[in-house]
Structures are given as C-alpha cells and as structure tokens.
Design a protein around this ligand. Structure first.
Ligand code: AMP
Length: 188
C-alpha cells in the first residue's frame, strides 16, 4: 500500500495533480473539500455544520473532518493506497491520520508540498472561481482568509513531515506535466 499526502495552499494545483496521480497509481482519492461540498449540496447534518466555516474560508472543526475521513478510509481498506488531498490541514489531523494508518499497518510514505507564491495563487483562484462558481473562490475576502488559515494551520505540517523524513517540497509553478513528472519521480 502506498499512502501519499499532497498539501499546499488553496490554488497550488493539488486537485489537478491528485487526479493524475490516482489514475497512474490506482490510488483511492480522498479529497475532504470535495467530500464536504457533497455534504453541503445534499444538506446533510454534517454539511449544515460545516457550511458556515466553509463560507468564511475557515477550517471545519477537526473532530468533524477526522470522523468523516476515518469512515472513508475504513470503507476502502482493500485499495492499493490512498491519496490524501486537502487532509490533513492541521497538526491534530496529521496526528489522527498517523494513528489511523499505523493501526492498519500502512503509514504515510510521502508528504508532498506544492509551493506557490501569493500573487499566483490569487490569480489561479479567481480564474477557477469563474468556472466552478465556488462561492469560496469568488469572494476576495474569503480567499484571503483561506490563505491566512493555510499559513497558520496547515503550513506547520511541513515541519511535522520533515521530522518524519517524509516531506518533499516542489515548486508548484510550471507546466502540469512537468510537476506531475517530478511527483512521480519522488513516489517511484
Ligand atoms: P478545498 O476544496 O480543499 O479547498 O476545501 C474547501 C473548504 O473545505 C476549506 O476552505 C475548508 O473550509 C473545508 N475543508 C476541506 N478540507 C478540510 C480539512 N481537512 N479540515 C478542515 N476543513 C476542511
């Protein structure tokens, strides 16, 4: 089993690269943002609880996201590996994920960070918002909050995974194929 965490600020290209990676390595893609949006659209109780946080560009509380993630992993134990996209986003989530995967005997193999500077991120998010209609991509104040939330809560994962010798940092600016090639090189 190959387990990969792909992390980085909103707009860094996690989603694009994840889609390519899951196809090539036949991994189970777990994207917590996508899962939460499904809950929002279906107006489930989790979706209702998560709504205000997502709207403001804040993180959904760890407890809710960790439970959702754990259920998804437990329901897919037969897969070749997991590609975690947008999870973990806090140290508490990373610790829970480690505990869960240690329990099943398949820890994280690689944590790949895609770094992109602020100006480029804002350009990309605004562009994405035009097509996706995602409310959290179209409101500049919400985009700003998401970037601050990333710096404060998620960026510390760089140190967390570096201490475990699992962190690989890549420049997220460049051709999609080129970046994909670099990720594949790390994994294989
Ligand atoms: P994303 O599609 O990954 O950009 O996520 C969209 C929004 O969903 C984020 O801005 C958060 O409000 C929420 N979200 C997604 N994943 C997580 C997570 N692992 N922890 C907390 N909130 C999350």
């Amino acid at each position: 089993m190959k387990n990969i965490v792909l992390f980085g600020p909103p707009g860094c290209g996690k989603g694009t690269q994840s889609n390519l990676l899951v196809q090539k390595f036949l991994l189970k893609h777990i994207a917590t943002g996508d899962m939460l949006r499904v809950h929002l659209n279906k107006e489930t109780s989790l979706g209702m609880e998560a709504k205000s946080y997502i709207k403001q560009g804040a993180l959904v509380p760890d407890k809710l996201v960790i439970t959702m993630l754990e259920n998804e992993v437990k329901q897919n134990l037969g897969v070749a590996g997991f590609l975690f996209d947008g999870f973990p986003r806090t140290i508490a989530q990373a610790v829970s994920l480690d505990a869960l995967l240690d329990n099943i005997g398949f820890p994280i193999n690689f944590a790949i960070l895609l770094e992109v500077d602020h100006n480029e991120l804002i350009k990309r998010i605004v562009q994405r918002g035009k097509g996706s209609g995602r409310a959290d991509d179209t409101d500049p104040e919400v985009v700003k909050s998401r970037l601050i939330t990333y710096e404060e809560n998620t960026l510390p994962l760089k140190e967390y995974y570096t201490k475990q010798n699992k962190c690989f940092v890549l420049n997220g600016i460049g051709a999609i194929d080129e970046i994909f090639g670099k990720i594949c090189k790390i994994i294989t």
